[in-house]
Design a protein around this ligand. Sequence first.
Ligand SMILES: Cc1ncc(COP(=O)(O)O)c(C=O)c1O
Length: 453
Amino acid sequence: MNARTPNAAADVAAHLHSYTNLATHGQVEPLLITRGDGIHVEDEAGRRYIEGMSGLWCASLGFSHPRLVQAGIDALKTLPYYHTFNHRSNPAAAQLAERLLALAPVPMARVFFANSGSEANDSAVKMIWYYFNAIGKPAKKKIIARDRAYHGVTVASASLGGLAANHSDFDLPIDRILRTGSPHHYRDALPGESAEDFATRRADELEQLILNEGPDTVAAFFAEPVMGAGGVIVPPPTYFEKIQAVLRKYDVLLVADEVICGFGRTGEMFGSTTFGVRPDILTCAKSLSSAYVPISAVMVSQQIHEAMAANSGRIGTFGHGYTYSGHPVAAAVALETLKVYEDEGILTRTRELAPRFAQGLATQAERRIVGNMRAVGLIGALELMLDGAARTPFDPALKAGYQVAQYALEEGLIVRAMGDTVALCPPLIITPAEMDEMFARLGRALDRFEKTL
Ligand SMILES: Cc1ncc(COP(=O)(O)O)c(C=O)c1O
């Protein structure tokens, strides 16, 4: 083993890591990323990687966009901090709110700012509860989320999530959270069940759940347009149409978690547009600032805003908000990010590159060890199987996905393994040649893994 650098030593000795096996940190050496340019990042040893995941599905403009850097510098020089409590604001926060309302996939009335996707979703939960109290329906409080969902790690957001690691030994989920099936046709369909029949079944199950619980107790349904951390699950045709018909019937609000899908990832500004989702509340984060600074947002409909405003009038304040809500530096960088998306035609570019991306994945999916491939816009995944045709999964102990991700790292490509699903979500600024190189590296990683079988 090479001698540990001072930074790596400090990391092992002092840093309690996110989403890391704390027991093995130190045996598994930390990978310290020191710089980035375009779609590449570089580690302490000077090794370069294509960041095939845009970090955590977020750095859409890559790792060195000069306009975002400049926007941050200018904002820091002008007003490095101010808050938004008690009628205070700053120009960037006000302009960003206005811009987001103009971009929203459906008419929205107001924008609330937070710092992360988790906080945005937690805020949405609180706003839903506040709203139903405000309109005199205090029993309508339960929130439905889906298996395989990921909405963050704060107490309410983690409770909404459907992944075991977010609950185990954290004493979660909290009560008032209900669970329904995910739209994962490949994994969850009955033998021979078509995608549309599967969507109908999911909507029927949702209706049954609402009826069993009592519609007067069910407040909202949370959904990522494309489920990310659950395995890049692209909903089957008609799924959202059928789900929304059920929600409307029982007066259940729909929250679109656009934390990954927002700002071009699926080829539209929002995943809601791609999949015909008409949310009452929309949460977004990540690519809102291309991840250069932490910022997230919650957009609420007119109906919700009016009721919340009237209620806060009665109480005397809307008792929710963060020290950094609408932070002027974060808001300025986000505002510039949205301008860059427009000036550089990021949506058009994503749509033009999407077929090449899907083809790159499809080529790898011809291997025996790939059972299913999913892609929309510039987000996609391969689901690995011991025998794809026979749908025989790998023994989980083999950690097939993890192994492929490790080989990819050695080939200079960062991908993400979620179980045996290997995801790609490259910066939207990727060029066709860089995309070909990304798939060449992924191909070599898969070759190396296949040879070990
Ligand atoms: C769909 C979705 N919602 C919420 C979150 C939580 O965001 P954060 O990690 O910024 O709290 C994530 C993070 O990956 C996400 O993918």
